[in-house]
Design a binder for this molecule. Sequence first.
Ligand code: ATP
Ligand code: MG
Length: 372
Amino acid sequence: MTASLVVEKLCKEFGTSAERVAAVCDVSLEVQAGELFTLLGPSGCGKTTTLRLIAGLESPTAGRIIFDGQDFTALPPFRRNLGMVFQSYALYPHMSIFENVAYGLRARRTAEADIRRRVGEALELVGLGPLAARRPGQLSGGQQQRIALARALVYGPRLLLLDEPLSNLDAKLRVYMREEIRKIQQRAGITTVYVTHDQEEALSISDRLAVIYRGRVVQIGTPAEVYESPATMGVADFLGRANFLEAQVVGTHGDRVRVRLPAGVDLEVDRGDSTWQPVPNEAATLFIRPERVRLGGSDDGSAVELPGIVQRHIFLGGIVRYVLDVGGGRPVLADAQRLLPGIEAGKPARVKLDLADIRAYPGTQRPWGEAA
Ligand SMILES: Nc1ncnc2c1ncn2[C@@H]1O[C@H](COP(=O)(O)OP(=O)(O)OP(=O)(O)O)[C@@H](O)[C@H]1O
Ligand SMILES: [Mg+2]
């Protein structure tokens, strides 16, 4: 596959010499042709700024943007041939859906017959052909979202940029519309950069994603790669529920690290952070997702077993989350698909972990946002 969009060491600083904000620092990424690539990270991490740099609405302090071999860095936005959808759709309330989508084409003095054809195709693409005569106020939130998409696609852009396009919708509609956006993007076969702070949205919609923190790319990978093998504990924590267990380094064995849990159990597991060179007696943290922790059952020999005490359970409908004390500082979460017989508050339970599901990181875990 050829890279469609190449972002090279992009930096953007805002402010005066007295007070500078580095919103984007050294961001490099490549988006393949036809790929849906997501920028994911907490509020204020620089997602919108990166997207506005790609769009040409901001100019970078340093770095380059190349699209299909053409240097975009100094090109004005209207010469970049891209479509953009923002968080607020900014539809014109007094105009019909057709005219909302046609607006930009009219401004470009496109021929009437051409406008009819292109608006018709764009509305068809988002599944709203029959509603062309209505006004935005007569549409649901999800339909308005599609109009904003149609308006971005009507020029036949080569690159689509979407900034939190679903944040105005309620939770259920968000889930539905993210699947719709994915289908429309694939039907149009358009290279897309999607911005969200919602990890589930990012995991479900993307071919690949970049996790961004404080203006920097922390990890790039497929949804499964970043979820299963996060590069840092921050990524592990941000991408979903995570258990972090205190441990101590005993030694190394090739790419793996040997650690000791407070209960005295020794394990040999993969390093989550490949740059880490562990040394004996150093503090380490083990990461494992709650859905990978198993409770009780017969001894199948494939797992590490820790003695635990059940503290409580939380019934969440689709899953039941058990909270257990296994010694050490923090409780361990174990997600089961149903209530487990015999696993009750106050009683002992065997906590089983597969070595392949565990990653080790240096130091002690701290959530993003806390001072390092
Ligand atoms: N025009 C500006 N002038 C000064 N600082 C700015 C400007 N635009 C953004 N920033 C700062 O740059 C940083 C990144 O902002 P940005 O809007 O890119 O974040 P974001 O990841 O999109 O956040 P959110 O999820 O809240 O939309 C923030 O610290 C923000 O305050
Ligand atoms: Mg933003």
